[in-house]
Design a protein around this ligand. Sequence first.
Ligand SMILES: [Zn+2]
Length: 335
Amino acid sequence: MTEPDKTINDRQVNDLIGQNNYGDAAKRLIERQKETWPAMSSGYNLLRAIKTKSIQFDGFRFDLQFNPGRYNSSSAMVDKKSINVRKCFLCRENLPKEQEGIIINNYILLANPFPIFPEHFTIASIKHKNQRIKNSFKDLLIFSKIFSKYYTVFYNGPKCGASAPDHLHFQAGSKNTMPLDNGYNFLKGKYGELISDKYNCKIYGINDGLRKIISIEGRKTKELINIFSSFYKEYSYKSDLIEPMMNIHFLYEEETGWRIQIMLRAKHRPEEFYKEGVEKILFSPAACDYGGLCITPLEKDFNRMDQGLLKKIFTELSISDLKFQTLIDNLKSII
Ligand SMILES: [Zn+2]
């Protein structure tokens, strides 16, 4: 069976792509899909009605979103058995009939009908293949650049937040919705340690008491790829996982180049997730939560979240202080 093409047929989108204006083409895709697909417009209407609150820490902020539309995503079963029996929702033949996208290289850009961001996309591989960062890091650099006018692009590892670990995909969301997007420089100044300043790239280790972040700043794709590959080798050393656990944000600015924020993880979900009854918290952090935009699909969990609980959960899910410091020391000696 040949796969349905699913390319959106819209003159404005085609014109914008012809001008290499991917940011505005993506914007237009959302507008078109709101007109032609009721689920999309109702998803965006729901987003306008959600409750939010902010929790302030020393030098940074987490924004919480009570977003019932994300229930399925937060509770998704991603074990091998569950994945094997379900139809892959990112393969083109299984997309809802109204859903259309923009083909870019070997990917299709899709508007997300359950948004967290004012504008939210999934960038799915055309081919059904496993979620892995190793061979897709370069693609993420490209997407973050071509969408940089409006969007931050991010990656969830197969064991830490990807809802389809068997189908390679990334996400893109409106810039500066995650507090870390514009809080980064302050965070780096307060909690960061310079690891390396070579090959026109700067590498930092940032430990803000909740998250352990390795950031790489640079302008040249080749150098960024080499540095990421050294980092990957060191981070995966002695790990028997299919991929060491991480969520990654990719940001690009004309003046400064790329900024890659790698969040280092020890666990997929907090212990509260597996509790029963009122004790249970449906909170399954991924890249956006690590960016300070936390999604709780249930109101009781939204109400319960406070500084102490967030700190407890993020500390549990992130690698330990000792492991982080060892990684920093090793990176200093190899890069
Ligand atoms: Zn698939």
